[in-house]
Design a protein. Structure first.
Length: 94
């Protein structure tokens, strides 16, 4: 699967040759793990339901900052989880 990023290979080599430390380092990292990058970009699975739940928990934490301790925060997170529809893994078809 290595090298199957159709239009990205030339872009990666151009980025490494640019001489900019941040860009070159980023391109080098992508090339070192090109199989994982390609799979992550072409896979039909995603983590949106989990990311949405984490975002919701962080929002509750921000709202309760300075108002309550860990026990009340935990209780609030668990209660709001009961009131929301269950999340499940979603497969996106092409």
């Amino acid at each position: 699967m290595a090298g199957c990023l159709p239009c990205g290979a030339k872009g990666l080599s151009d980025a490494r040759a640019a001489g900019l430390p941040g860009i070159s380092s980023f391109a080098k990292g992508l090339e070192q793990d090109l199989d994982a990058v390609t799979h992550g970009l072409t896979s039909h699975w995603n983590s949106s339901p989990i990311e949405g739940r984490v975002n919701h928990i962080k929002m509750i934490k921000r709202q309760m900052f300075g108002r309550a301790g860990l026990l009340l925060l935990r209780k609030h997170v668990l209660l709001t989880a009961q009131n929301q529809p269950a999340t499940r893994a979603v497969s996106i078809t092409k």
